[in-house]
Design a protein around this ligand. Structure first.
Ligand code: PGA
Length: 248
């Protein structure tokens, strides 16, 4: 039985004080027994939010990482540095990073592997553009992203530690959600790709989230689909809507 995982991706929002206020406000209202809940604030808020989450079941996530351990990489943050402030999960390959910062599947793969070395669980994002969907290329595009982003990762790590997030780019921040059927169809397909890369057991255990305009009004339907194991929530994670989604 795959445990659901709901992660809030705050993106570039909330300074440290606001982040602390908001987490303090919601953290006690989150019932996390049945669901893994992850909050992903900006880098500068990680340390303070880590302290706030310390005595709770809510996990801390980062939004990015660099794949080298240390050195002359101005502006970057290593996986070790994230581990040192108590980060449990880290998003890699978000479409905004692929689009604005030139992140490729190869880079995503290096980042995911580096995170696993320090026992941080990568949330690996994949998803097609509207053009790719309209020209019916979405399965090929997502297959390539999954294969190249996860290549060389040991199947026991894949099964237990990696989370895949299917986020169709046309549904991110647009208010346009994929239908629950569309989302489930792709999540199921991703599971079959993982099966071809590994085996049935790994495919049945790997967790696959859906992301893209998830909100309280659609969370229940999406999260009850057969192959969707959680949600990666952007906009709605910045308000009390996040609590409603977690308690879907
Ligand atoms: P959204 O973002 O929920 O605002 O569409 C999702 C994401 O980018 O992870």
């Amino acid at each position: 039985m795959r445990k659901k995982i709901i992660a809030g991706n705050w993106k570039m929002n909330y300074c440290v004080n606001k982040a602390e206020d908001f987490v303090s406000e919601i953290v006690n209202t989150i019932d996390t027994d049945e669901v893994d809940v992850v909050i992903c604030p900006n880098f500068v808020a990680l340390d303070r939010i880590s302290e706030l989450l310390d005595e709770t079941n809510v996990k801390l996530g980062a939004q990015n990482v660099y794949f080298e351990d240390k050195g002359a990489f101005t502006g970057e943050t290593s996986a070790n540095m994230l581990a040192a402030v108590g980060v449990d999960y880290c998003i890699v390959g978000h479409s905004e990073r692929r689009q604005y910062f030139g992140e490729t599947n190869e880079i995503v793969n290096k980042k995911a592997k580096k995170l696993l070395e320090v026992a941080i669980n990568p949330i690996v994002c994949v998803g097609e553009t509207l053009e790719e969907r309209e020209s019916n290329k979405m399965f090929d595009v997502v297959k390539k992203q999954v294969e190249e982003s996860l290549t060389g990762i040991d199947k026991s790590l894949l099964m237990k530690n990696v989370v895949i997030a299917y986020e169709p780019i046309w549904a991110i921040g647009t208010g346009k959600t994929a239908t629950a059927e569309q989302a489930n169809e792709m999540c199921k397909y991703i599971r079959s790709v993982v099966k071809d890369m590994t085996d049935e057991e790994t495919a049945q255990n790997v967790r696959i989230q859906y992301g893209g305009s998830v909100k309280p009004s659609n969370a229940n339907e999406i999260l009850n689909m057969s192959d969707i194991d959680g949600a990666l929530v952007g906009g709605a994670s910045l308000t009390n809507d996040f609590v409603a989604i977690v308690n879907y």
